[in-house]
Design a protein around this ligand. Sequence first.
Ligand code: NAP
Length: 281
Amino acid sequence: MHGADPRLVLGLHRSRHDRGLLTAALDLGVTALDTAAPYLGFRSHMALSEMAADLLPKFTLSTKVGFFPGAGGVEHSLDPGRLRLAVEEAARELGREPDTVLLHNPERSLTGLSLADDRALFGGACAALAEAARDGLCQDWGVASWDPRLLSRARVEDLPSPDVLMVRAGFLVGIDLLDLVAVLREVWKVGETWGMSPFGGGHGKVWEEFDPRPFLRPHHGALSRIQAAFRTSFHLPSATAVAVGTDDSGHLAELVQALSAEVDTDAVSQYLHALHSRRQN
Ligand SMILES: NC(=O)c1ccc[n+]([C@@H]2O[C@H](COP(=O)([O-])OP(=O)(O)OC[C@H]3O[C@@H](n4cnc5c(N)ncnc54)[C@H](OP(=O)(O)O)[C@@H]3O)[C@@H](O)[C@H]2O)c1
C-alpha cells in the first residue's frame, strides 16, 4: 500500500459522539470512522445510529469487539461464540454492517504463560472474525492491539492473516514496539497497518519540548508541531491510515491540512537508526 494517500480515521474513543463533528468531518473530506463496542459506556454504536443514521452510509466504519459488559463493569473475552454475537450485535445496533471489525486488545485475554494455550485461544478468536467476514457481516477483519508484545511470531504464525493490524503510532511509540510490529506484519502477512493514538491520548506538553517539523520536507514549514507529529505518525510505523481523536472541528481541519505535507523519509530512517544505536549502547 505504499504510495496510497494517507487516510485520517476519526477515532471515537474519547469522543462526545456529536453529530456536528461528523458533519464537519464529511465537509473536510474525512470519511472514515473508528469506534468500538465499549466506547461511550457500550453505547457508541447505538448513539451513532440514533444521531447520524443518515450520515453513516457516507463513512467507512470500523469497530472492535472483545470487551463486554461484565460484573465489575467491563470484561474481556476471546470466546469465538461471544465474538460472533458481538459482530452481529454491532451490525444491528449500527443499522448497517461495519466495513472492518477488529479484535479489541486480544492481549487482555492472553496470559503469556503457555504458548500453546495462547495460540489456541487467539487462533480461535481470529478464525471467528475471519468467518464473520466470509459470511458478509463485515468486509474486512483485523486486530487492534495497544500492547502487541504477546502477539509474538510463535503466536501468530500460520493463523489466519488479518486484513488490518492496528497499533499505536507516532513519536511516543518506542523502538521495541516498532520493531515488533515490523516482524509481526511480515510473519503474519498482514494486509494493511493502521496507526492509532498518535498523540498518546493528548500529551500536549511533549510538543512544547520537541519540534517534529524537521521530519517534514522544508516547504511545509508553516505547519504546527502537532501537525508535523500527526503527519509523521504515518511512518512510525508505516501505515495506510491513522486513527486520531478530536472533539474539535478546528483541530480536525488542522490534521486534514497536515495530510498534504510530505514526510522526509530519510529523516525518519535516521531517527530509527539512532534509536537502534541507542538501544545497543
Ligand atoms: N486499543 C485500541 O484499540 C485503541 C486504543 C486507543 C485508541 N484507539 C483508536 O485511536 C483513536 C485515537 O486515540 P486517542 O483519542 O486515544 O488518542 P490521540 O488521537 O492520540 O489523541 C487525542 C487527543 O489529541 C487532541 N488533538 C487532536 N488533534 C489535535 C490538534 N490538531 N491540536 C491539538 N490537540 C489535538 C485531542 O484533543 P481535542 O479533542 O481538544 O482536539 C485529544 O485530546 C481512538 O479514538 C481509537 O479509534 C484504539
